[in-house]
Design a protein around this ligand. Structure first.
Ligand code: NAD
Length: 430
């Protein structure tokens, strides 16, 4: 186990860690954060790196590297997703774990922040192999995760099926009498395996809600507004689904395979059906033209929803952006250099820790239902989610106005102040 020291705060190849630290430092300076609490929040509590063997379909054994970083648990158990992607490394996990701490704090949840995953390209493995990799990773993490300790959830390239495998593996290692008391060790499970109604759409619905609340404040009618989406996975699809229902028009989409655009609009449901039949790719969708990826962010539109990976909007492409609103479905899609340019141009950014917080709020509802042996209906979940998202959005929007700062800084201020209060009241052991 190692901890993050100041000297290890070197920008990773993706620079996400440097970004989250700069965002934190900026807000901490404004509120003149207690210097001792600052020292605590600057470092991660625990970091696990596990190497584990898995037998492949061809009989060979491959060694995988998995990560779990637990940043802070002052407000409750660690909470955060697991990502399967070649870019997963210790710095990416640290950065994403920190964002989770700010996100759960801002949302007023009884959680801290964590993140992790496995460095791999899941397209290279069969479902059977992915199942064995997931189960062996869960076994390697052992009791370093747990329903009252650290609760993983889906992220890029992991899904409800992945969570069901984790749950089953974790439960299977417990004595029979304790097995069913561990249902809430992961959230984002399939409904049949203890999942919650509405968790599938919670993040994308939350992204849509923050856009709707922003539009209400700015007196913008979303009908016929053009939006573009980067990433057509869980978050991108559901955000697009709800925006289209509100009358907005999706004019371009980019995924890991490439970019497509159509001025007249791309039907969200038809594109989903198409991707299901086309190995998940948006390329080749009828009537849409294929674009160079480098053209994507410069397309003419009103709203841009980055819902894929971190550091996609950078100082290199920020100047080309025509949208007047960026709603961050992804974690860390806008780097600090790009943000300066965008704010100068008068573009509003709904920051990730607010915009995509519907996911962790939906996860909290699932966790509560598992703990209490309850099953809530879809409309109940969606109504509770909307109430919490509206509350967070209003606090961020009002704080931004009062303090004359952008929405990200306001969101960080609120998140850090809640943690500061907890530490001041409790003191430091011993
Ligand atoms: P997903 O695996 O369901 O979908 C990811 C999408 O991004 C896919 O369409 C993929 O093709 C695309 N993509 C991957 N690499 C790309 C690239 N280089 N360029 C363009 N597109 C690329 O993942 P998801 O769960 O939708 O997560 C997307 C983002 O949202 C991530 O940043 C994640 O951390 C964040 N997020 C997810 C949740 C959740 O509940 N799933 C919650 C909060 C935040």
């Amino acid at each position: 186990m190692t901890t993050l020291t100041k000297t290890s705060r070197i920008p990773s190849k993706q620079g996400m860690l440097e970004n989250v630290m700069r965002q934190f430092d900026h807000a901490a300076d404004i509120i003149d954060l207690n210097k001792n609490i600052r020292k605590i929040l600057e470092v991660t509590n625990n970091e696990f790196v596990v190497h584990f063997p898995v037998r492949m379909d061809n009989g060979e054994v491959e060694i995988f590297t998995g990560y779990r970083v637990q940043h802070n648990n002052a407000l409750g158990p660690y909470k955060g997703g697991l990502r399967y992607h070649p870019t997963v490394d210790i710095d990416a996990a640290r950065a994403l774990a920190m964002w989770m701490t700010w996100k759960t704090s801002l949302a007023g949840l009884p959680y801290g922040g964590a993140k992790g995953g496995i460095q791999l390209d899941p397209t290279k493995y069969s479902q059977e192999e992915l199942q064995r990799i997931t189960r062996r990773f869960t076994y390697a993490l052992g009791d370093n995760i747990g329903p009252e300790l650290d609760i993983p959830a889906p992220d890029v390239n992991t899904n409800p099926q992945t969570m069901a495998w984790i749950l089953d593996t974790y439960m299977s290692t417990k004595p029979p009498a304790e097995r069913s008391t561990n249902m809430h060790v992961v959230t984002g499970k399939p409904i049949g395996a203890g999942g919650s109604e509405g968790r599938d759409r919670a993040t994308g619905y939350g992204v849509f809600l923050t856009i709707k609340f922003w539009a209400e404040q700015k007196k913008v009618d979303l009908k016929d507004k053009k939006f573009i989406v980067q990433g057509f996975g869980n978050v991108g699809y559901w955000a697009a689904h709800f925006l289209e229902k509100e009358g907005a028009i999706m004019t371009a989409v980019q995924d890991a395979n490439g970019s497509i655009a159509c001025e007249e609009g791309i039907s969200v449901e038809k594109l989903l059906d198409y991707t299901k039949a086309n190995k998940g790719s948006v390329l080749g969708f009828a009537r849409a033209k294929t674009l160079e990826n480098s053209e994507f962010f410069g397309l003419d539109c009103d709203i841009c929803v980055p819902a894929a990976l971190g550091n996609q909007i950078t100082a290199q492409n920020a100047n080309k952006i025509k949208a007047y609103l960026i709603a961050e479905g992804a974690n860390g899609p806008t780097d600090v250099g790009a943000e300066e340019i965008l704010l100068k141009k008068g573009i509003d950014i709904i920051p990730d820790i607010l915009c995509n917080s519907g996911g962790v709020i939906g996860s909290y509802f699932e966790w509560l239902q598992n703990k209490n042996g309850e099953i809530w209906q879809l409309d109940e979940v969606m109504a509770k989610l909307e109430k919490k998202m509206r509350d967070s959005f209003t606090r961020v929007f009002e704080t931004a106005k009062e303090r004359n700062v952008d929405m990200r800084t306001a969101a960080f201020i609120l998140a850090i102040e809640r943690l500061e209060e907890a530490y001041v009241q409790r003191g430091i052991f011993p």
